[in-house]
Design a protein around this ligand. Structure first.
Ligand SMILES: C[C@@](CO)(OP(=O)(O)O)[C@H](O)COP(=O)(O)OP(=O)(O)OC[C@H]1O[C@@H](n2ccc(N)nc2=O)[C@H](O)[C@@H]1O
Ligand SMILES: Nc1ncnc2c1ncn2[C@@H]1O[C@H](COP(=O)(O)OP(=O)(O)O)[C@@H](O)[C@H]1O
Length: 284
């Protein structure tokens, strides 16, 4: 083990408690309104800083995604380029979050890399500067950098912190990869949900406009939702494929989890309005 290894930087997952599609911009991107909340289910990253400037990543996910395509190395390189630092890092990723399921693991890994290396390299960028670098890597990176549950607008970059109920969730992970681009290119995707104002945020009808089309095209998602909805209010997160059921207590979530039939997989997590990454920073 390298002696200067800084360990256990969390990269939490997120849920989109709702995802409303309000319109389509001329550049083809969609105007969204969404409510991001973190859950206490995380990837974990270790970092060892070096003076040679080299960036290396150790991860079992290399079998699925080449290291050169990994958002962790892209984030570290972006921070080097932006700050001009000559420092590098050896990075270890313990991957727990299912990939491509709409819970934001890649974006969260990128955000944790930016926040941790800004700290360990002492490059002293502000949160806003880190969020700007992060946005170029993915629309969901800024919320992970800010570390607070947020109402988001635009393509997800305009963030207003909110206190959402910190429920317990049973999250089901259908074994299917849903392409975000494919969902947004679907001619039948509803794109006309009226915009909410902050005042009616908590009292309005929360839904996910992508859910009906994804459920229709992916029977595994439809099956997970059909089962879960029998026990709790349930929705899809992001563009899928994961779906979550909402519970008041861990015990209620566990009772339903115990009934999970063969062929469905999932996990239990607690919603949290302050990211475990933000908590890690304050503990330093
Ligand atoms: C919609 C969200 C909600 O959290 O879905 P999930 O990725 O979490 O499922 C995200 O903001 C997704 O953001 P991000 O993950 O950066 O999207 P990308 O993969 O870059 O988008 C792939 C493609 O989807 C389309 N796209 C994406 C976001 C958006 N607001 N409008 C779009 O039309 C674009 O064609 C884009 O090229
Ligand atoms: N560190 C990473 N973790 C997860 N996915 C990554 C990572 N780096 C690059 N990717 C790529 O990003 C894609 C989307 O990842 P992820 O964030 O898990 O999905 P989603 O945005 O649907 O939650 C993956 O399928 C993978 O190709």
């Amino acid at each position: 083990m390298t002696s200067n290894r800084s360990t256990a930087w969390p990269a939490p997952a997120k849920l989109n408690l709702f995802l409303h599609v309000n319109g389509r911009r001329v550049d083809g991107y969609h105007e969204l309104q969404t409510l991001f909340q973190f859950i206490d289910y995380c990837d974990s990253l270790d970092f060892a800083v070096n003076d040679s400037g080299t960036l290396t990543l150790h991860s079992e996910m290399e079998a699925v995604v080449a290291n050169s395509d990994n958002l962790i190395l892209k984030a570290a390189k972006s921070l080097q380029d932006y700050t001009g630092t000559h420092q590098g890092a050896e990075i270890w990723l313990d991957k727990k979050l299912p990939m491509g399921g709409g819970i934001g693991g890649g974006s969260s890994d990128a955000a944790t890399t930016l926040v941790a290396l800004n700290h360990l390299w002492n490059t002293q960028l502000s949160q806003d500067e880190l969020a700007k670098i992060g946005l170029a890597l993915g629309a969901d990176v800024p919320v992970f950098i800010n570390g607070l549950a947020a109402f988001a607008e635009g393509v997800g970059e305009k963030l207003i912190p909110v206190e959402a109920p910190e429920n317990w969730y049973l999250i089901l992970t259908p074994d299917v990869h849903v392409s975000t681009a494919e969902v947004f290119n679907d001619p039948l995707l509803p794109r006309d949900t009226p915009k909410l104002s902050m005042d009616d945020l908590m009292s309005s009808d929360w839904h996910n406009d992508c859910q009906p089309r994804v459920a229709e095209r992916y029977p595994q998602v439809a099956k997970a939702l059909a089962w879960l909805i029998e026990y709790a209010p349930s929705r899809m997160t992001g563009t899928g494929a994961c779906v979550f059921g909402i519970f008041d207590t861990r015990q209620q979530a566990e009772q339903v989890f115990a009934k999970l039939p063969a062929g469905l997989c999932g996990f239990i997590a607690k919603g949290t309005n302050k990211s475990p990454l933000a908590l890690r920073l304050t503990q330093r």
